[in-house]
Design a protein around this ligand. Structure first.
Ligand SMILES: *[C@@H]1O[C@H](CO)[C@@H](O)[C@H](O)[C@H]1NC(C)=O
Ligand SMILES: *[C@@H]1O[C@H](CO)[C@@H](O)[C@H](O)[C@H]1NC(C)=O
Ligand SMILES: *[C@@H]1O[C@H](CO)[C@@H](O)[C@H](O)[C@H]1NC(C)=O
Length: 519
């Protein structure tokens, strides 16, 4: 049954049942519909690709003049990453990039999103020289992508920056980081902008702020009670400062691009946000809390960038703790994007903490007096993925597109990450990992929800699976696998297509892949 077709009499009975038991019947009806998704449900010039980031795949962490990054230092600190894994070798993409580009080509992908390692280009930020060998590496990637008809989508900064910026002035805690970022972006535009037409300044600034400065489980590991017990930090304030500096860094880089490059190079620029969906736990009691939560996560970034200032709700709750934009700042931050770029994985419920009791953390202004939960009446919102905190909820994809459409009209949208990690309880042997029919089901169902949002007027232009291959999943190390290709990190680093790689190949009409996982 396809949405948008006329309602069959059987379906209206079905709706009746749905009212009686929304959970079980609602799920089943959705699943049936999802089986049908086809390439032709999307526009001809739609971008279909995979996403990666430099630190997660490249390895070669000391090669050809690369400098030391915050993540090199963090992953080398025992106890920070599962199994003490590091990105020293990762997927060895630094040496295998040609093979990896060929994998995407053979799947029939026409786009690839990757990030530039800041320390390959500027090993010491502004305080040293440009490393030509780093520039050559990305030139080779870009040229080979274009040769294969794959459009490069480039993230300038995806979590890894020169450690020197941390030791000199505490990186994003300081406004000096804005200058370093703009300097780095300028080199990227200059060196790669003749061929790169889609730029994303920063990946998930919210995760940088929250994981690095509120929870403290990402570098530089700042936090304070009740959020965590780091040796330094202030979880109530620092995330706000860090976001402010990232937003201004973004806006200044966009302004630079528009003034000096855009006309000549003809590209466009945006910023990538983590955009999960949040539903009220109780449709009446928690509705405002869900709105508030979204304002504190999505509005925090897109309200300044689209409208020139933080959401009113944030100012109301955070008062003077929330930094202010000067009139000068407002002028260039307002409208500083050509498209929206969202990374979407999951949906959770939000509960209001003004009227009911919550944890100490939830009761802090920075948490908007809200709490999230995956449970309603003891029932999980969707199947648990291998990555803690992620649940399979396809309808969330439709809802995020509708949300962007309503709050930020006229923005075209790229879904720059969406993917599935299989629970390790489903098996840890190679055979189990490559037989990833649950991942296929995930992509099909989320793509169907995306197609539906597009039929209802969502202006979506591309979809990128996270990720091309299993990689260094930050603090989860190599334990959590999101890849369409299996990578043997312990021994050979060989890439092996999972069933999902075969599914994408047939969905996109690529060439049959060399070998089948069951061989
Ligand atoms: C990580 O390294 C620390 C310090 O060397 C060690 O105590 C710990 O057992 C290691 N953890 C694993 C999982 O190997
Ligand atoms: C911080 O330490 C205190 C005292 O040892 C402990 O009770 C609390 O659970 C810790 N908080 C976190 C978030 O780890
Ligand atoms: C969106 O575009 C329409 C038509 O061009 C315009 O009238 C409207 O003001 C725009 N809205 C925003 C928020 O830019």
């Amino acid at each position: 049954m396809r949405m948008g077709t006329k309602m069959h009499p059987f379906f209206s009975c079905f709706l009746l049942l749905l009212l009686v038991s929304p959970h079980s019947y609602g799920e089943k009806e959705e699943e049936d519909e999802f089986e049908e998704i086809k390439r032709s449900d999307f526009p001809k010039h739609f971008f279909f690709g995979a996403s990666t980031s430099s630190y997660q795949i490249e390895g070669g962490y000391l090669e050809d003049g690369k400098g030391i990054s915050n993540w090199d230092v963090f992953s080398h600190t025992p106890g920070k990453i599962i199994n003490n894994d590091t990105g020293d070798v990762a997927d060895d993409h630094y040496h295998r990039y040609l093979e990896d580009i060929e994998l995407m080509h053979s799947m029939g992908m026409n786009a690839y999103r990757f990030s530039i390692s800041w320390t390959r280009i500027l090993p010491r930020g502004r305080f040293g020289k440009v490393n030509k060998r780093g520039i050559n590496f990305y030139n080779k990637i870009i040229d080979n992508l274009l040769l294969k008809g794959i459009e490069p989508f480039v993230t300038i900064y995806h979590f890894d920056y020169p450690m020197e910026l941390e030791t000199r002035y505490e990186s994003w805690m300081s406004s000096q980081m804005q200058d370093d970022f703009v300097d780095f972006a300028n080199i990227c535009f200059e060196e790669f902008g003749d061929r790169v037409k889609y730029w994303m300044t920063i990946n998930e600034p919210e995760m940088v702020a929250i994981l690095g400065y509120k929870k403290g489980n990402f570098p530089p590991a700042h936090c304070s009670p009740p959020f965590g017990n780091c040796s330094i930090g202030n979880s109530d304030r620092e995330p706000l400062i860090v976001m402010h500096n990232q937003l201004l860094a973004h806006a200044k880089a966009v302004s630079l691009y528009r003034t000096h490059f855009q006309e000549k190079q003809g590209g466009s620029i945006g910023i990538t946000i983590s955009m999960q969906m949040y539903e009220p736990l109780d449709q009446q009691l928690d509705r405002k809390a869900a709105d508030r939560f979204l304002a504190f996560h999505v509005g925090w970034i897109y309200d300044p960038i689209v409208y020139g200032d933080y959401p009113k709700k944030m100012r109301e709750i955070l008062g003077s703790e929330l930094p202010s934009f000067s009139d000068e700042d407002k002028k260039y931050i307002k409208g500083s994007l050509d498209f929206t770029s969202i990374n979407h994985y999951t949906t959770k419920y939000v509960k209001d903490c003004f009227h009911s009791s919550c944890t100490d953390e939830a009761n802090r202004p920075i948490n908007a007096f809200t709490e999230t939960t995956p449970y309603r009446n003891g029932i999980l919102i969707g199947d648990q993925m291998g990555m803690p905190g992620l649940y399979v909820v396809p309808r969330g994809m439709e809802k995020v597109i509708n949300y962007i459409k309503q709050k930020y009209p006229n923005q075209s949208i790229f879904v720059t990450e969406n993917g599935y990690s299989m629970p390790t309880s489903d098996g840890n042997k190679v055979e189990d990992i490559v037989n990833d029919w649950k991942r296929i089901k995930f992509h099909k169902s989320y793509l169907a929800a995306l197609a539906k949002a597009m039929r209802n007027g969502g202006h979506v232009r591309g979809y990128f699976a996270w990720s091309l291959m299993d990689n260094f999943e930050w603090i989860r190390g190599y334990d959590t696998r999101f890849g369409l290709f299996y990578v043997d990190h312990l021994k050979t680093l060989e890439r092996r297509p999972k069933l999902s790689a075969h599914w994408f190949t047939s969905f996109l009409g690529g060439y049959p892949l060399n070998f089948h996982p069951s061989e």
